[in-house]
Write a protein that binds this ligand. Sequence first.
Ligand code: UT7
Length: 322
Amino acid sequence: MYHGKIVGTGSFLPDFIVTNDDLAKVVETSDDWIYTRTGIKERRIAKDYGVSDMAAQAAKNALDQSGVKPEEIDLIITATVSSEYSMPSVACMVQGKIGAKNAFAFDLQAACSGFVYGLDVIEQFIKTGKVKKALLIGVEKLSQVLNWEDRSTCVLFGDGAGAVIIEATKEVYGVIDVLNKSIGTDWDVLTSKIKHNDTPYYKQGEDNYLKMDGQQVFQFACKKVPEIFEELLTNNGLETIDVDLFVLHQANSRIIERVAKKMGQPIDKFYMNIEKCGNTSAATIPIALDELNGKGELSGKTVGISGFGAGLTYGAAFIQFQ
Ligand code: UT7
């Protein structure tokens, strides 16, 4: 039976850098508070790029790296929560921008777990034989949904995009397994309302700012990420020792440290780039994978990825890189 293999990665980070010191001029905060509590030093803000611009650039970079041509792509999935458009999907906009004329394209909304959810969906299409080559993108421009007067959230997030090209294969390399879960009873822990228009009959009223109970998300992540990795290991007859590298959603370095400790794993097995990018939601994992790939650090490795965020959603996957 077929399964998916990642044959190319790409990313795009806007060039405009906002440091913690820059933010201290906007809200009452400090480099010390932000760095100590989150591990973030700076983030990118997409002043001059829309969500689909960043996504298309990351996709082009992934295609170039893989050698796959745009017209060979059968399916495009974009994971995002911050598009400027309710319709069309970012995926269709990317399709137009990169010339992937033979693909069908849609967006997937699972917040910061979007990349892992997307991987699961693509795996199913590949297993049935319907899709041979797919493009999976995680992209966010969260700067446009943040309340820039709320220091408890605006310091955490950044903008950017990451993409992977996934090909059907019967080789041992590729996606070993993916597992995703959600806890809809906690939907209100992390929200961003869509801003719709007033009508003659009713008014909309509310803002669309991102709102979060940070501590609840923190506790949820530290509990559920080790649990889902454990379940996935058991399902596949693997042990933690078999995993060479972990790439977790980059929400807070303290979450990653806590997860490493709970799993009894050394922290240097856990990749981190949060210092430079902040939390780019659905984009954190593919951006990190592209950075690692660029440094040749994925070759021959078994990698565990895990996303977690609004929904609440969470998920994990193991991928064997060639
Ligand atoms: O992608 C998934 C979504 N997000 C996450 O995963 C985030 C998960 N949660 C977290 O990372 C952490 O909970 C935060 C970084 C958001 C907050 O860290 P914390 O250690 O839980 O801080 P706190 O919310 O308990 O706030 C501690 C204090 C408060 O002051 P008082 O009440 O103790 O006087 C806050 O008002 O820090 C204050 N504070 C700040 N101070 C300076 C909150 N934000 C800031 C700030 N600068 N930016």
